[in-house]
Design a binder for this molecule. Structure first.
Ligand code: 5AD
Ligand code: SF4
Length: 360
């Protein structure tokens, strides 16, 4: 079968997805064009913004790939004050972001739960309930998820990182805190609480094959997610996974593979929200725009107070803009216009997939 014929298959199999993930040259172009058309038909050319607030880099976990893991003593730890977080919310609201994403290392303390809860309530109050809020604060109990939902968070992003338990086990310590099953259960809890649920994976990890990635796509389809944030794995010298860096694909290859993952997910799930992630931009300056062209429809510009940005150091060469956030936004708008897209200013940009599901 040609790539065009495979793409027309309603249900793509693991084997077909693996084949498409290795498409190059003209085949790759066919895939990207196809995905761009699917995107245009289902979510159009509007790009929604989520002002990304990297709330705290303090984390109880020790994931082998992550620069802010607990055992990395080289990291300067911070946590925004309530006022600093709310200042960023205000900035987002005034500048038409429509939504914010509050992201943090994982903490299970009561103090943390309460602080997030307070920020959610205040964010709703100062924006007259107009701002959409996505949380990304790791695995929590059902009570905590429910409490945060009631206080104003309507979406939650919890990446599965890899949907293959054996690969997941190579990326995390072997203990209860890092169990694959707990992770999947947390995603189920989020759905039960009523969130628009997002997940995602890292692409180009050591030990990862095309088949693993094909499984990841099918996992997302099966979980019936509403949103996705995924991007290339980028090694960090102060992490255990760094010792495998010689077996990695080149950055360029990891980037290309990530674009193919975005394109294929768009084809599999035409009406979900897919973010063009920062890790793409780390490899290619216009990486996010390239992802928008072939399937993504959400951007998450960083609006964390500037003095903290260097410390949210998940991986190497994470971009930190020298311009003001206002100037960055103007630049982004221009770049998007050049590729035929517009920003959905003042719109929350909720997942169409979620609304469709709930109307059924
Ligand atoms: N490369 C790319 N992404 C990473 N993340 C953490 N470490 C890395 C890395 N080295 C991503 C994970 C996590 C999110 C907070 O950042 O997917 O879910
Ligand atoms: Fe903590 Fe998330 Fe990093 Fe794991 S990936 S160490 S949970 S911040």
């Amino acid at each position: 079968m040609t790539v065009q014929q495979i793409l027309h298959t309603v249900q793509l199999s693991k084997e077909e997805l693996s084949k498409l993930l290795s498409a190059t040259g003209d085949d790759e172009k066919v895939l990207f064009n196809y995905a761009a058309n699917v995107k245009q038909q289902h979510v159009g050319n509007t790009v929604y913004l989520r002002g990304l607030i990297e709330f705290s880099n303090i984390c109880e976990k020790n994931c082998y790939y992550c620069g802010i893991r607990r055992d990395n003593t080289d990291t300067h730890r911070y946590c925004l004050t309530e006022d600093e977080a709310l200042e960023a919310v205000r900035f987002a609201h005034e500048n038409g972001f429509g939504s914010i994403a509050l992201q943090s290392g994982e903490l299970s303390s009561d103090a943390f739960t309460r602080k997030i809860d307070f920020i959610l309530k205040e964010a709703m109050r100062i924006t007259n309930g107009e701002i959409g809020i996505t949380l990304s604060c790791g695995e929590q109990t059902e009570d905590v998820y429910r409490r945060w939902f009631e206080s104003g968070a309507s979406r939650y992003l919890l990446r599965i990182e890899s949907s293959t338990p054996e690969l997941y086990a190579k990326l995390h310590p072997n203990d209860e805190l890092h169990s694959f099953t707990n992770r999947v259960n947390a995603l189920e809890r989020l759905k039960k609480c009523g969130y628009q649920v997002g997940t995602g994976v890292m692409i180009g990890l050591p030990f990862q094959t095309a088949e693993h990635l094909a499984n990841d796509l099918l996992f997302m389809k099966q979980l019936d997610i509403d949103m996705c944030g995924m991007g290339p794995y980028i090694e960090h010298a102060r992490t255990p996974l760094y010792e495998h860096k010689l077996q990695l694909l080149s950055l360029r290859e990891r980037f290309k593979l990530s674009l193919k993952m975005v394109a294929l997910l768009r084809i599999l799930m035409p009406d979900i929200n897919i973010a063009a992630t920062t890790a793409l931009q780390t490899i290619e300056k216009n990486g996010r725009e390239q992802a928008i062209q072939i399937g993504a429809n959400v951007l998450m510009p960083n609006i964390t107070p500037k003095r903290y940005r260097d410390d949210y150091f998940l991986y190497e060469n994470k971009p930190v803009s020298q311009q003001s956030d206002e100037d960055d936004l103007k630049f982004l708008e221009k770049q998007l216009k050049n590729i035929g897209h517009e920003i959905g200013f003042f719109k929350q940009g909720n997942s169409l997939h979620y609304s469709a599901k709930n109307e059924r």
